[in-house]
Ligand binder design. Sequence first.
Ligand code: GDP
Length: 297
Amino acid sequence: AIEEEADAPEDLKPRAPIVTVMGHVDHGKTSLLDYIREENVIAGESGGITQHIGAYGVMLDGGQKITFLDTPGHEAFTAMRARGAQVTDIAIIVIAADDDIMPQTKEAISHAQAAGVPIVFAINKIDRPTANPDKIKEGLANMNLLVEDWGGKIQSHDISAKTGEGVNELLEKVLLEAELLELKANPEKLANGTVVEAFLDKGRGYVSTILVQAGTLNIGDYVLAGTCSGKVKAMQDERGKPLKVAGPSTPISILGLDGAPQAGDKFNVLEDEREAKQIAAKRSQLLREQTVRTQRH
Ligand code: GDP
């Protein structure tokens, strides 16, 4: 593993919360993520979000930022956690108010709890005539999850991802939760963070979406990510806008790695290109040996 020095408290600066949306299939995760994305196109940016890179940042009217992991379903969350990646600061768990608390809702709740990540419930589809948010809140209370309306401490808000009703208030509650966490990172060092997704693009080579969690990434930096490495040739945000630097809580897609790292792999910037290559090669070899061993048994 790469040793990381502890940051001096005075070097830590506030950073945007990183939020994952989870919940049962068809309860409205994608609709909510799409609504937030479309409503929060940063002023002056043309065209809005043009590409799906697995994560995006929004700036709210008050100037506060939130970074969303746009890989709905807790499969990505679980896969990342299985690789030891702790990326999410806050989980929005979407529950359709015209349905029940379903198995995947319960799973999402236990995943968030196991990771020690605070939950904000989004009770969705309240535009539907059969919606019954109180029934959902009662169900949560029966699971020992008391939301605010029920005298508890867990934040929840009734929303419609279709009409947008309540979504801003939901995001306010997410920001409130984030404030309590006092999220900070040191922007003045070599970047590190986590891989969100990566793929091979025919024209451009390997494209990796990464989330910078600490430090600042620059074009020309030498990145080690899982078993891959390479010099950052280009960086883009989710609007396809080229960037030269990316600080903490910024999701970006980068070009220049010699392969596709896995979702949940840590990445680090190393000063020494040769060292990065050596570590990547050693990791590949270890992985091959492990695979051979598993195949034999
Ligand atoms: P996911 O599987 O959790 O990502 O759910 P989707 O976002 O794909 O939503 C499933 C279905 O519910 C789609 O047909 C959506 O149009 C619909 N839907 C999502 N949110 C709402 C809502 O707030 N109101 C209504 N009426 N329909 C919704």
